[in-house]
Structures are given as C-alpha cells and as structure tokens.
Design a protein around this ligand. Structure first.
Ligand code: SF4
Length: 607
C-alpha cells in the first residue's frame, strides 16, 4: 500500500500519464510524470493550475496558452459520481481590469472522463494551434494509448449534439467532448462551452450532454481548432467490494445528495427546487437580478410545470442520484412525448424568469438553443438580461433589436445570432458590453464572469470565487439559510468554509455527492491504495484554492476587480425579503479582513 502521509511523503512513487499534443507540429508525446505533491496526486484543476502558474500568458487566444484536460484521482473508478473531467486554461471571459486573462477551469460529468482514464491517459495538454480543424482520437491499447489527430472539416458547423451523433456512428462504444458553433466562432463568442456525452444521449439520441460551461473553455478549444476529443476504450468489469458498495449506497441515500434526488427518493427534486425557498424570500433573479414586488418565480415551480409537461429524473453513468431533471412533452394519454430540455436552476432561471419569460415551453426552447450552439447558459442569460435592462433604461437609444423583458421572439433571435457568432456584443460577455456602453452599474458579473442565479445583494463571497460564483465559493445560499449578516460570520464563511467547495474539482467525483472527508479518504484508500488523511485533504484543497488567488494576482487582478455591481449599493431593492446588509463600508471591511488571511497564504505558497 502506498502511504503518502506528510511525515513519509513519497509522492514521486505515484505517477500519472500525461499526453502533450503540439498542434503546431501535429506531434503527440506521452509522458509518465511523477507527482510532486498532493495536488498532483488528486489531479483536477489543482494539477492544471500548477501548469498555468508556470506560463506567462497575456492573451487568452494565443499559442502559448495551453488547454489542459484533466481527470481526478477518482475519475473512472467505481465510486458513484466518479466521472469528472476538468478543462483549464487562461479564459477569454475572466479578465482583470488590466486586460489580462484570468485562469479558469470548468468541469463536466457524463462518461467522457472515465473513458479517457480507461484509455490509460490522465491528462492532455494542448499546446499551440492547429492550422485546420482536428479531432483528437485517444484509443486504448494493450501497450498504452494510441493517440492521433484526425482531420475534422466535415464536422464544422454541426451542433455539439450533431457532432456527437456523427462521431458515435463512426466510433463504436466511445465517448466524446466536443464544441458547437459558438466555440468555433470563438472570436465573437467568448463563452463557448464543451459538451461531454452521456450514455443517455447515446441511447436516446436526445441532446443530453453534460456541460463544462464556465469561462469559455469551449472558445479556447475553438481557437485551437480542436472540434472534439474521442475517448475510445472498453468499460472495465470491476467487481465492487463491500466497502465501496456501502459507500455508493451512502452517496445515493445520504444527506449530501438529498437536494438533487427525487422527492420519492427522499430528495428535494434537483437544483430546480431552489425556486421555492428563494422565491419565498423574493430573491430569485428576475428582470436582470431585480425582482419586482410581484413575485413571478412561483410560475416556474416544478409542481406548476408538471401539470403540462412530464419531468423525468435521469442520470450519468451508474449514478443513482439522477439529478438531471429532463422535461418532455406530455402526450394526450399522459405518456412521455418528445424531449425538450434539462431544467437546472441556473439555465432555467437565467433563460426564463431573469429575462421576464414565465413560460416553461419557451424556457425549454431557449435552453435547448443555447445547448445546440454550445454556449454557457449563465454567461449568455446574464448578458441578454443586461441588454434587456439597458433597453428599459435607455428607451430612446435601445441596442441590438430593441428587445424588452419578456420579448421571447427577439430574445430567441439574439441567442441564435450569438451562437452563430453573429452578435459579438452579447458574445463577448457582459463586462465588455457594459464597458463599451459606459453603463457598468447593472452588469451582473465579478471579474468578468457573469453571476449565477443568486442575487449579489445576498452573497459578498462572490468576490473571492476563483472560477465562477456558485462553483468555487460556497457562500451563495447562506443568507437564505442562516440569515446572518455579521461581518465575523461572513469572514469565516469565506476563509474557513466556502473555499472547500472546490475539493471535488480535484478529486474527480461530483459536487452533488457532497461526501464528507472521512468517507472520501476511505474511498480513496479502497480504490487506489493511497492513504491520505482528512487534514491532508483539507490542506491540499486550501493550497489549490490559494494558488487560484495567486494566479489572479499574477494576472493583474487587484482591489478594483474585487467589486460587486454598483447597483447593489446605489439602488437597493426594497422588494427583497432578506436583510439588507451589503454596503460599501461592509464590503470594504470584509475585504480587509478576508485579505488578512488570504494574502499571507498567497505570499507563503507562491513565492
Ligand atoms: S449527481 Fe448528477 S451530474 Fe453528478 S454524476 Fe450524478 S447524475 Fe451526473
């Protein structure tokens, strides 16, 4: 058994397989790399950020900006939800006020990551840029993976779904990571996403990817002229031991995954269920994060929508949490009809309630178009909400097609234009659009990344999220849950709790498993024979997060970047039923106190 406790560390004995694809020369090398520390051992964004920290990149679309495809230590193992793939690079979207790109990662489940690991590859680094469109084919072989670049002209302008289906018809029993038209049109769309195939998609022919959406990693892939990656391996026939069976049962039935399970399985019904508690407090984003007194959030409650549509909980490979709440037409006899879209809280809210649309059928249409072109629904929805808000505030000088809140047809046109790369006003994201129009006060972003579906009035922790507001700082639901507005509470929430939510952006399991550290280290030992203590896990996660803050400092992010939209202070919304506590003074004190902790740590690990 390998023991890597810090008193007897032997990281070098633990190795991983790294594939470096030089797109300029079309050469591919596979290296066996010894781990240097626990971040390397766990994998995910931690390992990728170490690579990014060694690069000087001043433009996201430049040949020296790598795209790193990583797996975690548990990706492809028998732990339930061990399916994650991470895509990391300097982002075209996350940008400091000095104009430098920020490091980012985004993650997806599905089955692509597992298949990649079963090929014998843990990490792919794409360097340079291909002259013509290519697809990387990674194939399992007895003597190690066989990896080739194949020409991909015939896949241009296919949607993510169409690319996957076309590839599936040619490459049997494989899984795929692909971009859509948005990523191909990277110059005019900075929030292209990467779609990872699921078994359900393969079997049903429905558009059911899992998305690595945040930060424009699909646009980076488009810049590099990589249309897709094929992971070509056979599924291993692993027998689960008693401990792993019990662990998986706990993941499926325990408190961590409760929110995401169906009600009949003791759950709350998925992320969509946020509509109810947040709606009661009138803090579901509406009309560009400014809910009016008349609460329209209830119109999108699941119970309401189930009158007319069929909702089916579906899942990634072997995951019994089944968090995908897929919406189907309901036929006259009540049976399941055509698949429409997946309703998660963020895409649903930002492409319906927050743009003044309160109709499930229209919301499903907009979500499916967003998916079709392969865009991040958060960045897209928030930038469109800004356009609609701008048009309300500037009635005599409206922009684009003059769309207003609730204007479904015009919004639909804007989404299609953006996906096709024909609307760079929206495609470059809300930071750039608002700066070009010199009206930044109602642009809902922090550090260039559009906000997820939680009002900035409820979450000062957004400032320290290193890779998107609800994926890398777990403070977004705290005001609704605890109602605490004291500065001590928020300092602790950020520096001592919130940052640990990035743990599973290292390990390879899904955040929705919400496994406690004790069970996680037991699982790691069972599945990999690597012994890590709970405190080492915490320290490693913290180090990886701090490195993320250091990378922000390296790329010029300073006090002027760590700000909430001005409207939070200048136009308080009295319709919210939560305590109003975010003032300029509160944020300034919070920044000083949080910085005291983080600055010391940044200085310590990143000299
Ligand atoms: S919880 Fe959801 S996203 Fe995560 S592995 Fe399971 S089905 Fe996939």
């Amino acid at each position: 058994m390998k023991n890597i406790h810090s008193d007897s560390s032997n990281f070098e004995a633990i190795k991983y397989q790294q594939c470096v694809v030089n797109l300029d020369s079309a050469t591919i090398k596979i290296h066996e790399i010894s781990c240097k520390n626990l971040e390397d051992v766990l994998g995910g964004f931690g390992r990728a950020y170490r690579i990014l920290s060694e690069r000087n990149v001043d433009t996201a679309y430049s040949k020296n900006n790598p795209l790193i495809v990583s797996t975690g230590l548990l990706t492809g193992t028998s732990i339930m939800t061990g399916l994650r793939t991470y895509f990391s690079s300097y982002s075209p979207l996350k940008t400091s006020n000095k104009g430098l790109p920020g490091a980012m990662w985004s993650a997806a489940s599905g089955k692509f990551g597992s298949k990649l690991r079963w090929c014998g590859i843990d990490e792919i680094i794409f360097e340079g840029r291909s002259e013509s469109p290519v697809i990387l084919h990674v194939k399992q072989n007895d003597d190690g993976a066989v990896i080739n670049l194949i020409p991909a002209e015939q896949y241009i302008r296919l949607s993510c779904h169409e690319k996957i289906i076309a590839l599936r018809n040619k490459f049997d029993d494989c899984h795929f990571a692909v971009i859509g038209e948005a990523g191909e049109n990277y110059e005019n769309c900075y929030f292209g996403a990467i779609g990872c195939s699921t078994e359900n998609l393969m079997k049903s022919d429905d558009d059911k990817c899992r998305w690595a959406g945040r930060g424009g990693m699909g646009s980076i892939m488009g810049y590099k002229n990589i249309l897709g990656i094929i992971a070509d391996s056979r599924d291993p026939k692993n027998k689960l031991n008693k401990q792993i069976k019990e662990l998986n049962k706990f993941i499926t039935t325990g408190p961590g995954s409760r929110k995401y399970r169906e009600i009949k399985k003791g759950g709350l019904g998925g992320t969509w269920s946020n509509y109810e508690p947040l709606g009661k407090l009138n803090i579901v984003p509406e009309n560009n994060f400014r809910p009016p007194a008349k609460n329209n959030a209830k119109l999108m409650l699941r119970e309401h929508i189930e009158n007319d549509f069929l909702v089916k909980a579906e899942n990634c490979y072997r995951c019994a949490i089944a968090c995908h709440k897929n919406i189907y037409e309901k036929d006259i006899d009540g049976s399941r009809g055509k698949f429409l879209a997946k309703f998660d809280y963020e895409p649903l809210n930002l492409l319906s309630t927050n743009i003044g649309i309160h109709d499930a059928s229209k919301a499903a249409d907009l979500i499916s178009i967003c998916d079709k072109y392969g865009m991040d629904s958060i960045s897209l929805g928030v930038t469109i909400a800004y356009v609609l808000d701008y048009n309300v505030r500037n009635p005599k000088a409206t922009i684009l097609n003059g769309a207003q809140f609730g204007d479904f047809d015009k919004v639909r046109d804007l989404i299609i234009d953006t996906g096709k790369g024909q609307c760079h006003f929206i495609g470059l994201g809300v930071k750039r659009l608002s700066e070009s129009l010199q009206q930044t006060n109602f642009a809902m972003h922090v550090k260039g990344l559009e906000l997820p579906s939680y009002l900035p009035e409820t979450n000062p922790g957004y400032l320290w999220a290193i890779a998107g507001g609800h994926m890398s700082m777990q403070t977004y639901g705290l005001l609704a849950a605890d109602g605490n507005t004291s500065i001590d509470y928020w300092v602790e929430a950020i520096v001592d709790k919130g940052l640990y939510m990035v743990r599973d952006d290292l390990t390879g399991i899904c955040k929705f498993a919400n496994l406690d550290n004790k069970r996680l280290v037991d699982g790691i030992e069972q599945l990999t024979e690597i012994t890590i203590s709970e405190s080492e896990i915490r320290e490693t996660v913290r180090n990886a997060f701090i490195r993320g803050l250091w990378l922000e400092r390296k790329q010029g992010f300073d006090n002027t970047d760590y700000v909430l939209p001005d409207d939070v202070y200048d136009r308080p919304n009295s319709n919210l039923k939560t305590a109003s506590f975010i003032t300029i003074e509160f944020i300034e004190e919070l920044k000083q106190r949080v910085s005291k902790y983080f600055d010391i740590e940044v200085d310590k690990i990143c000299v």
